[in-house]
Design a protein around this ligand. Structure first.
Ligand code: ADP
Length: 335
């Protein structure tokens, strides 16, 4: 957007509102505006959001307005807002052919396991259909602030800072990010203050849409990890995801089989409700490395829902994620 368009829109705001603008983008008739809501209580924030939305919606050429309110800057400084900007070294995209295969769970736990192994890791939740990383890392309710027009990632207890699509919209609000809007949001997340991260894990939405294309073209991941369950249908979709990355020139580090063998919480016996080994065979047929199996384990779901990633604990699940992290780290060190 030109500065003219930005200034024109800003001029529609009351001066005290305009003073809070951290960034303002207009693309395809949709405005994304980030406001500094430092020191405002919930009621004042709601009124600010409503007033800004109303003012901008009335502007010619604007069909949709999305407002993100950022918390106190002092909070960000306390959380260790990094100084200066250094480019992110390596991006690892975590993708899947379809939803519900545990891609977000694997992305979160891979990030935590890499951090536990001494790597400096950040996590970007680019899953526009169901951002879940705030819940998985136990940072729900925390909002990033903007600093020099860039978002400062939210710190988590696991040494992994995070920025999420969920941070750019209100919780519970149905998200209809499309096309350039979705890509713009992804750009804001990836261009945040990631200065300290040597590895950035990006949890992509399932499938092969705009976000994936922006990711490939604009941010060139160093490599991709594809998550699949062992069922045939999931594997067909996983094959498409592998092809998408390879065609885009992004090497696929490998395929992870998730929910691969059910561990009975009572007797510890392992059974295979979805079969097992499908992803390994599928990876082999595509000439893609197989990165291992994560069992279907009620503890993984329970701990994930509670915001305590199993990779941070000392149960057997932590070992599976540590294994995966070691393979990914080795790949990064040699590629
Ligand atoms: P996706 O990102 O592919 O849509 P999620 O990571 O959100 O999938 O996982 C979907 C659901 O499955 C969540 O409730 C999650 O806790 C659960 N889940 C994921 N992996 C496992 C696993 N290995 N064992 C048990 N539950 C799992």
């Amino acid at each position: 957007m030109t500065n003219d368009a930005s200034d024109r829109l800003k001029a529609l705001l009351a001066p005290e509102e305009a003073a809070r603008v951290q960034s303002l983008r207009l693309a395809d008739g949709r405005v994304t505006i980030v406001l500094d809501a430092a020191g405002m209580d919930a009621r004042a924030r709601t009124m600010l959001e409503a007033s800004v939305t109303q003012a901008l919606q009335a502007a010619s050429g604007v069909s949709e307005v999305r407002v993100a309110l950022m918390a106190d800057k002092a909070d960000a400084d306390k959380a260790g807002a990094p100084q200066g900007a250094k480019p992110v070294q390596r991006i690892i995209a975590v993708g899947s052919g379809k939803g519900g295969v545990g891609k977000s769970t694997v992305a979160a736990n891979l990030a935590v396991a890499l951090s536990r192994a001494g790597r400096k890791v950040g996590l970007v939740d680019a899953d526009i259909y169901g951002p879940s990383q705030a819940r998985l890392l136990g940072t729900e309710g925390q909002k990033p602030v903007a600093h020099d027009n860039r978002l400062v990632p939210v710190a988590s207890r696991w040494g992994v800072p995070v920025l999420s699509m969920g941070h750019l919209s209100d919780p519970g609000q149905a998200i209809a990010w499309r096309g350039p809007m979705a890509s713009g949001a992804l750009t804001q997340l990836l261009e945040g203050h990631w200065d300290d991260a040597e590895i950035l894990i990006v949890d992509l939405p399932p499938g092969t849409g705009d976000i994936q294309l922006t990711m490939l073209q604009k941010f060139k991941p160093a490599g991709a990890v594809i998550v699949s369950t062992p069922q045939d249908l999931a594997l067909i979709d996983a094959t498409r995801a592998v092809e998408l990355f390879e065609k885009g020139g992004v090497p696929v580090i490998g395929v992870v089989e998730n929910m691969a063998g059910y561990i009975c919480p009572h007797c510890g016996e392992v059974s295979d409700p979805f079969g097992t080994g499908g992803a390994e065979a599928c990876a082999k047929s595509m000439g893609t490395p197989f990165l291992g199996r994560i069992p279907l384990d009620i503890a993984i779901r329970r701990e994930s829902d509670a915001g305590t990633p199993p990779a941070a604990g000392d149960g057997p699940q932590a070992g599976a994620f540590a294994d995966l992290a070691r393979k990914v780290a080795d790949w990064l060190d040699t590629n």
